[in-house]
Write a protein that binds this ligand. Structure first.
Ligand SMILES: [Zn+2]
Length: 81
């Protein structure tokens, strides 16, 4: 008899976990693009925000010197990618 109780509570716990997961999934907004962060100042970037950088080597392997995001890049930096 106790075995039945154990199985029932295990099923119940599994069901409960499913319901909780469903509620949690509905509350969290649909996952879009992963968050992006500036590698220099670590601030979060907007979806369309670009980093500023200089291409220092045009031959493969190309090298890019990252100057920062719109918040931390030097204002005289004009490049964008
Ligand atoms: Zn930055």
């Amino acid at each position: 008899m106790w075995d039945d109780v154990a199985v029932l509570s295990a099923v119940g716990a599994g069901l409960l976990a499913c319901i909780i997961a469903l509620i949690f999934a509905m509350r969290v907004p649909a996952p879009g693009k992963p968050k992006r962060f500036c590698p220099l100042c670590k601030s979060e970037l907007d979806e369309k925000e670009t980093l500023k950088g200089l291409i220092v080597d045009t031959k493969p392997p190309q090298k890019i010197l990252i100057r920062g995001c719109s918040k931390c890049a030097p204002p005289e930096e004009g490049g964008s990618w």
